[in-house]
Design a binder for this molecule. Structure first.
Ligand code: SAH
Ligand code: SF4
Ligand code: F3S
Length: 485
């Protein structure tokens, strides 16, 4: 295998869609490939390996990947030794179908087989054979056998692959056993399996030593975490306590929460542990009990409201965000209005709103007709977005005149687009409060990775706008900062 500093490194292009799990998986796969002598390129035409990390949660996400793959047909003809890899959720879901629809693809690698990618790429370079590496279908064996075929991929972390050197995702569990009727994730990510607490704590320690200040714990239903180690039972709040005192870590977040499993102990941990951010993403999906029942979400809207009331009374100032699906099978105008009522009453910080997309292989696809026409889905989507934006803007306006502490993430997108105007010139920076609000302000790019106090003087529905009051002395040796990349 070539050593990392061979003069002619092979080039690797990767495109990632989907959720944070995919962002983490891409980081880990790229890190592994770098160790075998690859380097990243932004130019797909010069790549020796092209990886697509895919998502199947909605049809649209799959369409985009298939059409992108289609466009690569000619490139592959020109450069037959370029290895094309489809990895992630769509790889696990569509399997052989990907080779049928895009015969120039070399490798199809599911979410549970990512460890194999470097070896499979080498093999494909040598023999140009197509290979499929996927986990068992959920009905193809005992729970144990299916679970064993989905491997959680968490190799040693290498800092240079992270979107920022001071923020990192940490997987605490894989898979999902909730089987909401609309959702492919239990198929694409397999059975729910939790990593041992000691492994997670060790990974957080390694990350802190590499200069990470903020970790986000990841799980499809992160607050359902349950593991036994050395005879002791750990739930999410125990895990938060376990990692809380890791030196160097200032902020701990976790996503995504499942409403029914949001315990009082967890809320008390969010209230009492100072590094845990006062921010909870707890998707409601709908405000109508008939719809929730057909979605098999496992709670009523009354229970969801009661849960929100518990959050508000236990953790004052906690920001709550949500997901909603509009136009699910059988959603009437009345059901939709109930979702709007829920948004009005809960005043979410923000909501991600999706039009229902029927997914083959799910219960909803089998049992219910996709009976809400596209234009009605679109209208409901827009109305809901307008309501949520109005609420977000009103609640953001309450911050005007106040001071907030942010972790500075780096130059804003606008500043990046404008290009660097010199390494020492102030640029527009972006950071987040501990309640996950986005804040923009002018400052030196070197502040990235430090904490700053910002006075807010304006806002939009998505962003607080302010100016720096104080900031930390930018830190030293252990962190190398990616100034305007
Ligand atoms: N595990 C997380 C997120 C799953 S996918 C959770 O349970 O909340 C992210 C979001 O995509 C979901 O919350 C849901 O709102 C949306 N989603 C999932 N399947 C969908 C589908 N078939 N059509 C439209 N939106 C969907
Ligand atoms: Fe999908 Fe439901 Fe699992 Fe979330 S909890 S990943 S929506 S099945
Ligand atoms: Fe998509 Fe898979 Fe995440 S389907 S949302 S990438 S778990």
């Amino acid at each position: 295998m070539p050593h990392t500093d061979t003069p002619h490194k092979r080039k690797l292009f990767i495109e990632t869609v989907g959720c944070q799990m995919n962002v983490l998986d891409s980081e880990l796969v790229v890190a592994a490939l770098r160790q075998t002598g690859y380097e990243l390129t932004d130019d797909i035409r010069e790549a020796d390996a092209i990886l697509f990390n895919t998502c199947s949660v909605r049809e649209h996400a799959e369409h985009k990947i298939y059409s992108h793959l289609g466009r690569l047909k000619h490139a592959k003809r020109r450069r037959p030794d370029c290895v094309i890899v489809v990895m992630g959720c769509m790889a696990q879901k569509d399997q052989q179908l990907i080779f049928e629809r895009a015969p120039h693809v070399d490798l199809v690698v599911g979410t549970g087989q990512l460890r194999e990618i470097p070896r499979l790429i080498e093999q494909a370079r040598r023999d140009r054979e197509q290979r499929l590496a996927v986990s068992l279908h959920r009905k193809a064996g005992s729970r144990q056998a299916v679970a064993a075929s989905f491997e959680s991929y968490d190799p040693l972390r290498t800092p240079e692959m992270r979107p920022s050197p001071f923020q990192a995702f940490v997987r605490i569990m894989i898979g999902c056993d909730k089987f909401c009727t609309y959702c492919v994730v239990p198929m694409t990510r397999g059975p729910e399996q939790c990593r041992p607490p000691s492994q997670i704590a060790a990974e957080v320690r390694v990350l802190a030593d590499q200069g990470v200040r903020e970790v986000t714990l990841l799980g499809q239903t992160v607050n359902s975490y349950a593991a036994v180690e050395n005879g002791r039972q750990y739930r999410l709040h125990d895990l938060l306590e376990l990692i809380h005192d890791t030196g160097g870590i200032d902020r701990i977040k976790f996503v995504t929460n499942y409403p029914r499993d949001l315990s009082d102990e967890l809320l008390q941990a969010v209230r009492d542990l100072p590094k845990v951010c006062r921010y909870l993403h707890v998707p409601a999906q709908s405000g109508c009990n008939d719809v929730l029942r057909r979605m098999k979400r496992g709670y009523t809207v009354e229970e969801y409201r009661e849960m929100i009331a518990r959050i508000r009374s236990t953790v004052p100032g906690c920001a709550v965000s949500s997901d909603f699906i509009v136009g699910f099978c059988g959603e009437t105008e009345k059901s939709f209005e109930r979702s709007m009522d829920l948004i009005r009453d809960c005043r979410f910080k923000n909501s991600f709103i999706f039009k229902y997309s029927p997914r083959p292989g799910t219960k909803a696809y089998e049992l219910y007709e996709d009976d809400v026409p596209e234009e009605i889905k679109r209208r409901r989507n827009n109305e809901m977005l307008a309501l949520q934006n109005r609420i977000s803007e009103e609640d953001n306006a309450a911050f005007i005149g106040r001071r907030v502490e942010v972790l500075v993430e780096g130059p804003s997108k606008a500043a990046e687009k404008a290009g660097a105007s010199g390494p020492d010139a102030p640029v527009q920076l972006v950071g987040r409060t501990d309640c996950d609000r986005i804040v923009v302000f002018d400052g030196h790019p070197r502040l990235a990775g430090s904490l700053a106090t910002i006075e807010i003087h304006d806002c939009t529905s998505t962003t607080l706008i302010g100016s720096i009051v104080t900031h930390e002395i930018t830190h030293g040796a252990s962190v190398s900062l990616p100034i305007v990349q």
